[in-house]
Ligand binder design. Structure first.
Ligand SMILES: Nc1nc2c(ncn2[C@@H]2O[C@H](COP(=O)(O)OP(=O)(O)OP(=O)(O)O)[C@@H](O)[C@H]2O)c(=O)[nH]1
Length: 427
């Protein structure tokens, strides 16, 4: 990274968590000349007004740009890059801070920025072709920060509130988890409103959901600016890897988390799940499960993996890509060659078909949940019987075009973020 490259910090967090408060504090306290980009969903950018009113952003050193009437993780991605590009060209700033809307997902924002910033060894992507935007060479994504409301966290995780992001519905709990899972620094804000025991428990949950991030407790957004601006925290490779944390969780978690009742475990099976029994279990999934994620093989669906994504009250399933074993030749052999680790994993009869979930919860009864999941797996007898007669209420997904196929190995929940469907299994 050249010395002259301008660091960009992205602030995320659900509505009212304290993003604007953090931003104002940083503007007051930092000695750097900062430019600020504030994104708001409405036509009038209320956040920008707050920042402008309550900070000294009007100083000649600083600049405030508003991106209104849309979301920078969706339709305003091009505008975001253009605005940053403009600021970088001015070269009058030591840093840029972007405040996303409360409904923005940080991963696509970071993706836009890392594609937009010159990654050196990254291939030019379709993004450039689509938008006509040139890679930005004068800045880099420095740190991604998620602000969490310590007071509301537990309630928000269990909430079934649905947020409307310009026509796209998102569950509050789901969004919260996505924001926590993808960041370098977690600001546990509003610590003044909760007791120590609650704080410890919330922090433990955050640690399990996001082991890579630094967690800082704050009151009224009072954080040392150097920890989030020009902090040099973002690592493209690590961020990419952390999205695949299903693998990292293979090891059972240490007792620090257990102390606060936050635990996790991995459930695996090399046999398919019974569509009726598994749908019933998802209908009744225990509230103690804060997060579940992974992929599964459903009896009768031998071609493609299905992903499972549970966050708070939201349960989504999506396309997980074709099993390597179901691919036609020569793709099958090519993928096996490209992913030698599959050989070790390979099952004589079922190839790479499998069920793999990570479950994270508070006061979660491992034994009974494990037993419930095991009950969903086909028995010896069922395994040899006809699977086509089962009632299958799971949505069907179109297999991707062969040309567009992903190079990935074992299907991974995060490789298939698009196309996920909320399942109202209880109909
Ligand atoms: N008690 C307490 N209140 C806080 C703290 N941080 C922020 N607030 C208050 O919480 C409210 C929301 O804070 P904002 O900074 O506007 O939150 P935001 O994340 O920018 O909100 P949106 O822009 O709506 O997404 C304001 O009334 C703040 O004064 C804190 O640490 N403790």
């Amino acid at each position: 990274m050249p010395d002259s490259s301008i660091p960009v910090t992205v602030l995320s967090g659900t509505l009212g968590a304290g993003k604007t408060t953090v931003l104002n504090h940083v503007l007051h306290e930092s000695d750097d000349r900062l430019a600020v980009l504030v994104n708001d969903m409405g036509e009038v950018n209320v956040d920008a007004e707050h920042v402008a009113e309550s900070s000294d952003i009007a100083d000649e050193d600083e600049e405030l740009i508003e991106l209104s009437n849309g979301c920078i993780c969706c339709e305003l991605r091009g505008d975001l890059l253009e605005a940053i590009d403009g600021l970088a060209r001015e070269r009058e700033f030591d840093g840029i801070v972007v405040e996303s809307t409360g409904v923005a997902e940080p991963l696509p924002v970071a993706q836009t920025l890392t594609l937009g910033f010159d990654q050196g060894d990254l291939e030019p992507t379709e993004f450039y072709e689509e938008t006509g935007i040139e890679p930005l060479e004068d800045c880099h994504l420095d740190t991604t920060v998620t602000v969490v409301d310590a007071h509301q966290f537990r309630e928000a995780m269990r909430s079934d509130e649905i947020l409307d992001d310009d026509g796209t519905e998102k569950h509050l709990g789901d969004l919260l988890v996505e924001q926590v899972e993808f960041c370098d620094v977690l600001l546990l804000n509003k610590c003044d409103l909760v007791d120590e025991a609650t704080l410890d428990q919330v922090e433990s949950t955050l640690e399990v959901l996001q082991p890579r991030a630094e967690i800082l407790r704050t009151e009224h957004g009072r954080v040392d600016p150097d920890l989030i601006v020009s902090a040099d925290r973002f690592d493209f490779e690590e961020a990419r890897r952390s999205a695949g944390w299903i693998r990292e969780l293979q090891e059972p978690h240490e007792s620090a988390e257990e102390e606060h009742g936050v635990t996790s475990f991995v459930f695996e099976s090399r046999r398919p799940l019974h569509p009726e029994r598994f749908a019933e279990l998802l209908d009744e999934f225990p509230d103690a499960v804060v997060r579940a994620k992974g992929h599964f093989w459903l009896a009768g669906r031998g071609e493609e993996a299905i992903t499972l994504n549970v966050a708070g009250q939201s349960t989504r399933v999506g396309p997980g890509g074709p099993w390597t074993d179901a691919l036609p030749e020569p793709e099958r052999s090519e993928r096996l060659e490209a992913n030698p680790e599959l050989e070790e994993y390979w099952h004589d009869r079922w190839g790479d078909r499998s069920v793999q979930f990570v479950l994270i919860g508070t006061e979660m009864d491992h034994e009974s949940l494990r037993a419930d999941l095991a009950d969903c797996v086909l028995s010896d007898e069922e395994l040899e019987a006809d699977w086509s007669a089962y009632e299958d209420r799971f949505p069907t997904f179109e297999l991707p075009d062969e040309d567009e196929e992903d190079e990935g190995s074992t299907p991974d929940a995060d490789e298939s973020r698009s196309g996920q469907e909320e399942i109202g299994i209880a109909d």
